[in-house]
Design a binder for this molecule. Structure first.
Ligand code: ADP
Length: 398
């Protein structure tokens, strides 16, 4: 039996999952939060035969090394035994791989230096990912560690899709270009869509709509990313929970000159105080839809703006791909929001896109079709599984 441990390390959190790869089943998963604060929170869930038992605990967790000790303790106390299910590889999510990393990569000292060097492009994420890798190497010194990059799937973007039309020399010097994110999810979901439709991946033109707290769209042509809505950072593109997505860059200049906002304030504005939160005071799509349905004008407008932007990208990606075979919804909003799915693709019948309202409203989980039988384009809901994709890719390189 081969087990893989998947690590997603944030600045103050550590998410982990232990998978058994023969049946691709989850043995346990956990989340350690508020690392470095006075009170930490620890959640460890053990899966067995379809059931999941969860253990919670509050204890201070000083840093990432301490978080790994807490994780190993949780395995010892609640199972499954790491001695009986020793991970053959530890797979790490790393957000920014820049131009350098376009494949899952076995971590060496040089790889770590390169991840560090990319920190200016992802200051919140890459240093935290690195802390996780270093602590994991100490905790599991005898197995290979593999980095799987969020940007990697988009390394197939053509220069026309990734180049910003600004001073070329300045952009090159400062590594300013579009990179794209959520690649692990877009890859997993577009491959799962082809398998679900029983069509060869190489022939399929797919638009993946990954709608979570962060959200991005991806035009996938024959299994390769051809365009995606996030850019230099995960700020560009769709309207998100707290992020603005696309806007005229002159808005920043205007707000700086007119309202006196400095760089840090603009950063906070666009990343934390915009999107659904900025427009309606609510960042969770469930709350926005509920408020909009009960007559809250700000929530209704937030939803309209969100849907308009989504439709804008769907139309644009049909043009980029030269047609589309499947449109796939995934992540928190995409997998759960009947209202968002139905309304985002309403009125596109002339493009061959027809949603079946009953299929769309079905409480069924798992991969499913929500378009009508006579819809030329298959519209699907496919739950994403980034941990499984990281585990598969990590295993594939050792
Ligand atoms: P993350 O980007 O943090 O991984 P997820 O993919 O888990 O996020 O998505 C979380 C978001 O999904 C929540 O903020 C919420 O807006 C949305 N969501 C979850 N369940 C529902 C639901 N039933 N209806 C609408 N939106 C939902």
């Amino acid at each position: 039996m081969s087990a893989v441990l998947v690590i997603n390390s944030g600045s103050s959190s550590l998410k982990y999952q232990l998978l058994e790869m023969e049946g691709e089943t989850v043995l346990a998963n956990g989340l350690i939060e508020r690392i470095g604060e006075q009170a930490g929170s620890v959640k460890h869930s053990v899966s067995a035969e379809g059931d999941e038992e969860t253990f919670r605990n509050e204890e201070p967790v000083a840093d990432h090394s301490a978080a790994f000790r807490v994780m190993i303790d949780a395995f010892e106390q609640h199972g499954p035994s790491l001695a009986e299910n020793p991970p053959v590889v530890v797979g790490h999510r790393v957000v920014h791989g820049g131009k350098r990393f376009f494949e899952p990569t076995v971590v060496t000292d040089l790889v770590k230096i390169n991840i560090e060097d990319l920190s200016d492009l992802a200051p919140l994420h890459n240093p935290a990912n690195l802390d996780g890798i270093t602590a994991a190497q100490k905790a599991f010194p005898d197995v290979p560690h593999v980095a799987v990059f969020d940007t990697a799937f988009h390394s197939t973007l053509a220069p026309s899709a990734y180049t910003y039309a600004i001073d070329a020399e300045l952009a090159e010097k400062n590594r300013v270009r579009r990179y794209g994110f959520h690649g692990t999810s877009h890859k997993f979901v577009s491959e799962a869509a082809a398998a679900f439709l029983q069509r060869p991946l190489g022939e399929l033109k797919t638009i993946v709509l990954h709608l979570g707290n962060g959200a991005s769209a991806c035009a996938v042509d024959g299994g390769r990313s051809k365009d995606t809505s996030m850019g230099l950072t995960p700020l560009e593109g769709l309207v998100m929970g707290t992020r603005s997505g696309d806007l005229d860059p002159a808005v920043l200049i205007h707000l700086h000159r007119k309202a006196g906002l400095g760089f840090d304030e603009l950063d906070t504005l666009l990343n934390r105080r915009s999107g659904l939160v900025g427009l309606s005071g609510r960042g969770d799509m469930r709350d926005v839809v509920e408020a909009a349905e009960s007559g809250d004008d700000a929530a209704a407008l937030a939803l309209e703006v969100y849907l308009h932007r989504l439709k804008h990208y769907v139309g644009s990606y049909i043009a980029v791909l030269g047609g589309v075979d499947a449109i796939v919804f995934t992540a928190g909003v995409g997998e759960n929001s009947v209202a968002v799915r139905g309304r985002a693709l309403a009125g596109l019948e002339r493009l061959g896109i027809r949603i079946d309202p009953e299929r769309n409203a079905s409480p069924e989980r798992g991969p499913r079709v929500i378009s009508t039988d006579d819809s030329a384009v298959a519209v699907l809901v496919i739950p994403t599984n980034e941990e499984l994709e990281i585990a598969r890719q990590s295993l594939s390189v050792i």
